[in-house]
Write a protein that binds this ligand. Structure first.
Ligand SMILES: *Cc1c(COP(=O)(O)O)cnc(C)c1O
Length: 356
């Protein structure tokens, strides 16, 4: 059997699966950990590794948790799944529902959903409802729907989502051959930060049991400045940011995220939209990795922390989780780019001149 066998098969011993759980997969997980030496120099750490979650089948880390949530829902007899989504959850849910042959309903907040994500939900055949209100309102609505009907809720308030997502922490440790000093990731609804912490602490407990040292990374949760409830300490009524995947004012996994930050000795940081877009461009032009705006937040946050306290990361191995692919949101990526140049005549002299 190949290693590309998906989250459920590969990590079964650490997941709540039974013989009856369908081994659903689209080949999620096993995403590359890419070295980014130029950005490491800018941040002042020893090594910087990018966990490229955009390489998952639908282009974001959501697939790791979705495959587990969907398999468990099917095991329990569900015929239809529903989620509220800023985009990537609906893209993932729609794909796994299609693969599993069950119905999919997605509720997206009106306004900002990135083009690529919407395309995915549409082509995978989800029934889409656009709700007046923001993500938090959409999540509340589908929670009520799932309580009153047999439709299975697959948002990250579904604990199976976090179980699946924690496998990324196992992969990071496996690929590095050690636990990194720090791990930075974007924080929206706060499911992923909670899942990583679960994965790292479960690994640490196993190490301890085997008589080895208990090591966990420091967790840096980065929010967009216009949607930063963990920095203000209270929900944000009208979250605003270009990074639509983290445009969330009232994170569902609030307590778990606070625990991850406290227990890891970490912190929450924020980055403005300008800093996020700058980090996105640097990732693309200096590391060769094109991620969506939300995914650049951890790099923006690390650059900011490094600027505030020079030498802060000296000697450290850091991991930044790039949660989603850049092609999810091409419009934002080229919004400020100059238009393409006028065509030139097809002769060598003109070409040479144009490229000089
Ligand atoms: C969902 C998502 C996030 C935020 O993750 P949470 O678990 O909601 O904190 C960040 N980036 C991308 C690309 C996402 O799809």
């Amino acid at each position: 059997m190949s290693r590309q066998q998906g989250v459920l098969a590969r990590w079964a011993e650490f997941l709540p699966v039974t013989a009856k759980t369908p081994r659903l997969t689209l080949g999620e997980g096993d995403t590359p950990l890419v070295s980014a030496p130029a950005l490491a120099r800018a941040i002042g750490c020893d090594e910087l590794w990018l966990k490229c979650e955009g390489m998952n089948p639908t282009g974001s880390f959501k697939d790791r948790g979705m495959v587990v949530a969907m398999a468990k829902a099917i095991e329990a007899g569900a015929r239809v799944a529903v989620c509220a989504s800023t985009g990537n959850t609906s893209a993932s849910a729609a794909a796994y529902c299609a693969a599993a042959g069950i119905g999919c309903r997605v509720v997206v907040p009106e306004g900002k959903v990135a083009l690529g994500k919407l395309a995915q939900a549409i082509v995978h055949g989800a029934r889409i409802v656009v709700l007046r209100g923001n993500f938090d309102a959409a999540l509340q609505a589908v929670r009520v729907l799932a309580e009153r009907t047999p439709i299975a809720l697959v948002n990250s308030v579904n604990p199976f989502r976090l179980e699946g997502q924690k496998t990324a922490a196992f992969e990071v440790i496996e690929a590095l051959g050690r636990v990194p000093h720090g791990l930075a990731l974007p924080v929206g609804n706060a499911g992923n930060i909670s899942a990583y912490w679960k994965g790292f602490t479960e690994h640490a407990a196993r190490e301890e049991q085997a008589g080895r040292a208990r090591t966990t990374p420091v967790i840096y949760g980065v929010q967009a400045a216009g949607a930063a409830p963990f920095l203000s300490g209270a929900p944000v009524a009208h979250p605003e940011t270009i990074a639509t995947a983290i445009r969330i004012g009232n994170p569902a996994s609030w307590d778990l995220a606070i625990r991850a930050q406290r227990e890891s000795g970490g912190l929450f940081a924020s980055a403005t939209d300008a800093e996020i877009l700058s980090a996105q461009r640097r990732l693309a032009s200096e590391a060769g990795v094109f991620c969506e705006p939300a995914s650049a937040a951890p790099i923006a946050g690390l650059l900011k922390l490094a600027a505030q306290t020079p030498g802060r990361f000296r000697g450290q191995t850091l991991v930044a989780v790039l949660t989603g692919h850049g092609l999810k949101d091409p419009q934002t990526a080229i919004a400020d780019a100059p238009p393409l140049p006028e065509p030139i005549e097809n002769d060598f002299a003109a070409l040479e001149k144009a490229l000089a």
